[in-house]
Design a protein around this ligand. Structure first.
Ligand SMILES: Nc1nc2c(c(=O)[nH]1)N[C@H]1C(S)=C(S)[C@@H](COP(=O)(O)O)O[C@H]1N2
Ligand SMILES: [Mo]
Length: 369
C-alpha cells in the first residue's frame, strides 16, 4: 500500500480516491465537498458567538429533513430501562446552555504536502455557538447504565457510503466522557432551534472534542459493552502514518489561534493591503485540552505577547489583541497559542495520512502602502 502511494506521489495525475494523499491540483470531488461544506470567514473571529450562517459546516452525506413531530430519540442497549422520548418531552427536561468552540479534525488539511483528498479545509473549519439542551448524563442516569458498559454509541439519521461501506453516521464516546456534566443533547443553537445543516431537531455536542464526536440529526443512543467498531470510529478520524497503520483515535482539539487578516483583501488572491499607521491585530485562540494561557503574535519573525481576553466559558475561544504600528513595505504576521498543558502550536505541521489535528501557526502576508 505504501509503495502504491509513493508511485502516485510521483505522477501529477490526481486520483479520485477519498483519503489518498496527492500533490496534484484540487480535484472536482474536493471542489464539490468544499462548496457543500463551508468554513467560517475569518472576520467572524470578531465575535464571541458565531452566527449560524457563518459557523463552519461539515456533513459527510446528505442533510436529512426530519419531521420533528414524528421524531423520537431512542436510548437502549446495556441499560436497565430503554427510553424513547419525543422532542416535546425532551424540552421539558432540565436544560443547560454552554458556549462551545467546535473545530473539524481535518481543519488545515489542504495545506499539507501531500494533501489527503477529502474536504479541503484551509484554516477556517471552526466556529463557536451557544448550545442549549439536556445533559446527556441526565438521560443516561434515567435509563440506568449497566456496570459492564464501556461506550455509548450515537447514530444520526443521515446515511451514505464511505470507504465502500454503507452506513449511518455513527460515533461512540467512552462512558467517562459521556457522563461529563457538560456533554449536551442540544435542540438550540444561539437561542433558536437548530438549523437543518447543524442537526435539527437534536444533536450531540461534546465540548473540547473535535467536531466528529458531536453527532448531528441524532436518532439513537446505544450503551455498549464492547468498543464500537463503526467506520467513523475504527477507520476514519485516526492519527495514522499510512493506510495500513491502525493509528490512534482523534479526540480533543489541539491548541490553535487564528487572526482576522488586517486591512482589505484583493478580490481574487485575497492578499491583504493595509495603510501605514496604528492597527489593532486581533483574533481568537482555543484548546480542547485546557485553557489558553498565552498568545504570541509574530511580526516579521519576532514574537510579541498579545493581550488575552476572557472566554465565555471553559470550552469557548478566547479573544486576543495586539496593537501594531504598520510601516510601509511587505510584512508577515503570524499568531501562536499555548494552552495550560504547556503545548504550543507548531511552526511546521507534522504530516499524517488523514490530515487530522493540524494546528500549524497561521501566517498572513500584508502589503503596507
Ligand atoms: N450525523 C452526522 N453528524 C456529524 C457529521 C455528519 O456528517 N453526520 N459530521 C461531523 C463532523 S466531521 C463535524 S466537524 C461536525 C460539524 O458540525 P457543524 O456542521 O454543526 O459545524 O459534525 C459532526 N457530526
Ligand atoms: Mo469534521
Amino acid at each position: 500500500m505504501t509503495k502504491q502511494i509513493s508511485r502516485r506521489r510521483q505522477s501529477v495525475k490526481p486520483t479520485a480516491h477519498a483519503g489518498e494523499p496527492t500533490h496534484g491540483p484540487l480535484t472536482a470531488e474536493e471542489l464539490q465537498l468544499a462548496v457543500r461544506n463551508h468554513s467560517m470567514p475569518l472576520e467572524a473571529l470578531r465575535e464571541d458567538t458565531t452566527p449560524p450562517g457563518l459557523h463552519y459546516v461539515l456533513t459527510h452525506f446528505d442533510i436529512p429533513f426530519i419531521d420533528a413531530d414524528a421524531w423520537h430519540l431512542r436510548i437502549g442497549g446495556a441499560v436497565q430501562r430503554a427510553v424513547e422520548i419525543s422532542l416535546r418531552a425532551l424540552r421539558r427536561d432540565p436544560a443547560i446552555s454552554i458556549p462551545v468552540t467546535l473545530e473539524c479534525a481535518g481543519n488545515g488539511r489542504s495545506l499539507l504536502h501531500p494533501r489527503p483528498m477529502s474536504q479541503p479545509w484551509r484554516l477556517e473549519g471552526v466556529g463557536t455557538a451557544e448550545w442549549t439542551g439536556v445533559p446527556l448524563a441526565y438521560l443516561l442516569a434515567q435509563a440506568g447504565v449497566d456496570d459492564d458498559a464501556v461506550e455509548v454509541v450515537f447514530t444520526g439519521a443521515d446515511a451514505g457510503i464511505q470507504g465502500g461501506i454503507r452506513q449511518k453516521y455513527a460515533r461512540s464516546l467512552p462512558i467517562k466522557e459521556a457522563m461529563r456534566p457538560d456533554v449536551v443533547l442540544a435542540y438550540e443553537m444561539n437561542g433558536r432551534e437548530l438549523p437543518p445543516q447543524h442537526g435539527y431537531p437534536l444533536r450531540l455536542v461534546v465540548p473540547g472534542w473535535y467536531g466528529m464526536a458531536s453527532v448531528k440529526w441524532l436518532e439513537s443512543i446505544q450503551v455498549v459493552t464492547h468498543p464500537f467498531e463503526g467506520f467513523q470510529q475504527a477507520v476514519s478520524y485516526r492519527y495514522q502514518q499510512d493506510a495500513d497503520d491502525a493509528g490512534t483515535p482523534v479526540s480533543r482539539i489541539r491548541v490553535r489561534s487564528l487572526m482576522i487578516p488586517p486591512g482589505i483583501p484583493d478580490f481574487y488572491t485575497r492578499s491583504r493591503v493595509l495603510s501605514p499607521g496604528p492597527v489593532m491585530l486581533q483574533g481568537r485562540a482555543w484548546s480542547g485540552q485546557g485553557s489558553v494561557v498565552r498568545v504570541e503574535v509574530g511580526i516579521d519573525g519576532k514574537w510579541v505577547p498579545a493581550h488575552l481576553g476572557h472566554p465565555a466559558g471553559p470550552f469557548a475561544w478566547c479573544e486576543w489583541t495586539l496593537p501594531w504600528v504598520a510601516d510601509r513595505g511587505e510584512h508577515e504576521l503570524a499568531c501562536r497559542a499555548t494552552d495550560a498543558t504547556g503545548l504550543t502550536q507548531p511552526l511546521e505541521q507534522a504530516w499524517n495520512y488523514q490530515g487530522m489535528g493540524n494546528n500549524v501557526v497561521q501566517r498572513v502576508k500584508v502589503s503596507v502602502e
